[in-house]
Ligand binder design. Structure first.
Ligand code: AP5
Ligand code: MG
Length: 223
């Protein structure tokens, strides 16, 4: 089963994807996490990605598509994957269709998360993440703080702020989302596989209800 997490920055794609991963036993693949790991390890890819990410720009399609293509070859995702943050352009979406077609697979569900823009900015400036790339737990200083300040509850590593998590960069990321990524809503709507859920503090705590509902439906389909 291939699931895509779609939505503007800060709508909770990573948060909901990691809950879903636990509920349905399918691995999350986050292009953002792959880039951040490479940035931390100062690999060639990391150096290239940092130039784009630190300014809130998208990493070029050819680089990103190749990374996902290679990742989808690995053994642990042969029963499915939750793609978090990919595709992000129509070109990436078409390339993904082709990659999956060659494997006799297809995109089964696109989970499109929406959140009011003022809430997005508030969330992003208060987001902190675990610095351990094997853990990557997402926190929020207001909504979901770690038990001990600056320390990850799960693995004890240091908690840090992402380089692109400031008000200036987030505004350009939202603009880019509107221009380049939001056309994907129509693309997948026309294929009949889009599911839109509003994930807001006023509606559901950290998207837990959304992840549980979606997991229930997927488990029912699988039966
Ligand atoms: P990426 O890491 O994918 O960032 P993004 O799309 O900007 O999304 P975020 O990770 O910021 O938000 P999220 O939706 O995952 O929210 P989260 O769950 O953390 O990409 C980073 C960069 O890499 C891009 O800008 C680009 O440069 C590059 N890149 C990545 N993929 C690419 C691609 N395919 N092509 C080209 N370039 C690419 O939640 C946010 C905060 O809100 C957290 O603090 C969380 O605790 C809190 N929160 C979550 N849900 C709730 C809720 N329901 N109520 C209250 N708070 C909540
Ligand atoms: Mg994320």
């Amino acid at each position: 089963m291939i699931i895509i997490m779609l939505g503007a920055p800060g709508t909770g794609k990573g948060t909901v994807a990691s809950m879903l991963e636990k509920n349905i036993g399918i691995k999350q693949i986050s292009t953002g996490d792959i880039f951040r790991k490479n940035m931390q390890e100062k690999t060639e890819l990391g150096k290239i990605a940092e130039k784009y990410i630190s300014k809130g720009n998208l990493v070029p399609d050819d680089i990103t598509i190749q990374i996902v293509k290679d990742r989808l070859e690995q053994k642990d995702v042969q029963n499915g994957a939750i793609l978090d943050g990919f595709p992000r352009t129509i070109e990436q979406a078409k390339a993904l269709d082709k990659i999956l077609e060659e494997k006799s697979k297809k995109v089964d569900m696109v989970l499109n998360l929406t959140t009011p823009e003022d809430e997005i900015i508030e969330r992003i400036v208060n987001r902190r993440i675990c610095s351990n790339p094997e853990c990557k737990t997402i926190y929020n200083l207001v909504m979901n703080p770690p038990k001990q300040e600056g320390i990850c509850d799960k693995c004890g590593s240091k908690i840090v702020q992402r380089k692109d998590d400031n008000e200036e960069t987030i505004k350009s990321r939202i603009k880019l989302y509107m221009e380049q990524t939001s056309p994907l809503i129509k693309y997948y709507e026309e294929k009949g596989i889009l599911r839109t859920e509003e994930v807001s503090i006023k509606i559901n705590h950290l998207g837990k209800d959304v992840a549980e509902e979606v997991a229930k439906d997927i488990n029912n389909i699988a039966k």
